[in-house]
Design a protein around this ligand. Structure first.
Ligand code: NAD
Ligand code: MG
Length: 333
């Protein structure tokens, strides 16, 4: 069983916490910490569009370098692809001696794009939810589960500091699961690529395309392969495989058990292992960072290809979601 913490000593956060970035995670961390009684300053670049939102929420805002100076702990909550640049330019040169650094995802640290000096605690507190949920649940008196990890323990109390921070943003109310930067980063990349954002949507589209190609109405294919997915996922989320199989018809269950392993066969599993190996070796990160450095030419091509492949399912989906009144209602984290 994993080690799950529910407590942390908020008194360890007795200095100022600089939250750099006021996006999805940044706004939630800053506001939750503030409401937990921690002294928070938000660090934003000059001219940032988020300044007004942060100030309206009652937070103190400074330019990043200024916020970092004098902070006991600096939370790096700008998007992953700009973190290295912001780190080099605004954070590292201004970090107080002995200040701790917290990340919400291990990508840059684990793959060596950000290498903090030896004197700093380097920790991770990663809520397993989009930022707006982290805020919403905190306000409602609940919390989101989170991961905690220590990359560098300069002070001997890095884990305790991570737990304090985790409690401050409300994750302690559910649980802070101990992990490592490697485990969080690699499993996160694998999950989003092979299952959540890559695998499942690709499976949905392949099913949709198969039906349409065979002459079925695209609207029928959409309802069957995409719309109903939510119902199945809700059942899995609520009660696991057994509950899902209990809830669907016997015919659906028979087909599921007979055909599922034929679709997601050993070939798929083998390619999942290959994808995982590329993540672990750093090959994926190297490709990603190189594309970023070149101005993202490959990303632009992939986006265009993805949009072209999904043209029909997107067109039909837009119409049907508008009919159902759900278009645009569901925030995406
Ligand atoms: P985001 O895109 O929502 O946040 C952007 C923030 O960074 C904004 O305040 C913006 O003003 C600032 N910013 C953007 N570009 C900048 C630049 N060039 N220089 C300075 N500031 C800039 O980011 P996010 O999704 O909250 O991600 C922050 C971290 O949290 C990442 O490490 C991410 O992996 C992690 N994380 C995100 C989620 C999530 O649900 N979004 C969940 C868990 C972990
Ligand atoms: Mg993830």
């Amino acid at each position: 069983m994993a080690t799950i913490h529910r407590n942390g000593d908020l008194d360890l956060l007795d200095g100022t916490v600089a939250v750099v970035g006021f996006g999805s995670q940044g706004h939630a961390h800053a506001l939750n910490l503030h409401d937990s009684g921690v002294d928070v300053v938000v660090g934003l670049r000059a001219g940032s569009g988020s300044r007004a939102a942060a100030e309206d929420a009652g937070l103190e805002v400074r330019e990043i370098a200024d916020a970092v100076r004098g902070a006991q702990l600096v939370a790096v909550l700008v998007p992953d692809h700009v973190q290295a640049e912001v780190w080099e330019r605004d954070i590292a040169p201004n970090l107080a001696p002995g200040a701790a650094v917290v990340f919400a995802h291990g990508l840059n640290v684990h793959f060596g794009r950000i290498v903090p000096d030896a004197g700093h605690d380097v920790i991770m507190v990663a809520p397993k939810a989009p930022g707006h949920r982290v805020r919403e649940l905190y306000v409602g008196g609940a919390g989101t589960p989170g991961l905690v990890a220590v990359h560098q323990d300069a002070t001997g109390r890095a884990l305790a500091l991570a737990l304090a921070y985790g409690v401050g943003i409300g994750c302690g109310r559910v649980g802070l699961l101990e992990t490592t930067f490697a485990e969080e980063t690699e499993s996160d990349l694998f999950g989003e690529q092979a299952v959540l954002c890559g695998g499942v949507p690709a499976l949905v589209q392949a099913g949709f395309d198969t039906l349409v190609e065979a002459g079925y109405q695209p609207e029928i294919a959409y309802y069957e392969c995409l719309n109903e997915l939510k119902l199945i996922v809700d059942l899995l989320y609520q009660g696991g495989y057994e509950y899902m199989r209990y809830s669907v018809s016997d015919v659906a269950e028979y087909g599921d058990l007979l055909v599922g392993p034929r679709i997601v066969d050993d070939g798929v599993r083998q390619r999942m292992r290959e994808v995982l190996a590329e993540i672990r070796s750093g090959a994926f990160a190297e490709t990603l960072f190189a594309d970023d450095a070149a101005g993202r030419p490959s990303f632009a091509r992939l986006r265009a290809d993805g949009a072209a492949r999904a043209e029909e399912i997107e067109r039909v989906g837009k119409e049907l979601r508008t009919l159902a009144g759900v278009e645009g209602l569901l925030g995406v984290g």
